[in-house]
Write a protein that binds this ligand. Sequence first.
Ligand SMILES: Cc1ncc(C[n+]2csc(CCOP(=O)(O)OP(=O)(O)O)c2C)c(N)n1
Length: 375
Amino acid sequence: MIDPKAFVDQLAANDVDFFCGVPDSLLKELCSCVVGSLPADRRLTCANEGNAVGVACGWHLATGHAACVYLQNSGEGNVVNPLLSIADPDVYSIPMVLVIGWRGEPGVHDEPQHVKQGKVTLGLLEAMGVPYVVLDADGDWSKQVDALLATMCADSRPVALVVRKGTFAPYPGVKLPKRFVLSREQALEAVLDELDDNDLVVSTTGKTSREVFEIRERRGQGHANDFLTVGGMGHTSSIALGLALGQDHDVWCLDGDGSFLMHMGAFPVSAAVAPANFHYVVNDNGAHESVGGQPTVALDADVPGILRASGFDQVIEATTADEIRRAMAMLRTSARSALVIYTDPGSRDDLGRPTTTPQQNKQAMMELIGSSREA
Ligand SMILES: Cc1ncc(C[n+]2csc(CCOP(=O)(O)OP(=O)(O)O)c2C)c(N)n1
């Protein structure tokens, strides 16, 4: 296995001395090492992976050095535009090292949302002309990294390290202080208590959707009311908006702060057109909890203020189950209102995963709404 600290040190020794990106569960140990061992002015958790490529471009302009951009392969889509239209050797020719966690590698079992992305991960890099090497626990990683960095420097171009599951050795996780009353799962219990059989849910990527699924299982409620945004992080509110615009059931978007930040431009647009059946709830635990707990800026930024400035007339904040219940009643009757729930990061070790497929879930919801051609 690769010692994350030795990896970070080797990059730094080659003038790759700034680390930015969006955390990934497969790169959890590396991300913990970046947060835990580098000074604050040498690292940045970005809102999305494309932003991280932008920061890497600016770092090179400022220092002549290169930055490391870390991401899950789900974020490859977010980096395509700034890579091809800014950093590419045909444009500004900016060196940087992408470190990409390879979820869904062919032959390695993974969740449905990772299967297609896993198949095309290398092909996308090839199509973009980004030289890459695949790292695993057994190879001579140090030589591989040196050879790739030599290409990066010689051609002044982005290059990529694609990292297999189980490559990095354990590194102590990020410890965040306990500040609030509820866990995310307790908050979700309180939210779901207030919903009725006609209410639809669009829940965000990561453990929120897994917890919604498990709460429904425990309650024997079935899953037809819930659209689990298993991939497409950051698009949860847009999916909920489209769903609310196209039919009359109440739609409850259950977002996370990392997802909220990822494509925040969606909010003024949603607020401008939000129909009365669109209800926005964000769980702000100040972290990308689902992938290792790396902090986001959401507890420093004024999330309620951002929502208000985006056009949500009434934004309620809650930290207890009672406050959540009261707020849910208010949201149901007031258009353009939103709820920000503050919770502590953390989740059960035995949290399961959805046992139904995405297509079964989609079909069940469309039958409930009556929009399925097969209904
Ligand atoms: C485009 C993209 N980048 C990264 C990921 C990996 N990922 C899955 S869940 C998650 C964290 C979500 O954070 P937040 O919305 O705050 O919810 P929390 O996990 O804290 O409940 C990340 C980074 C992803 N699925 N897609």
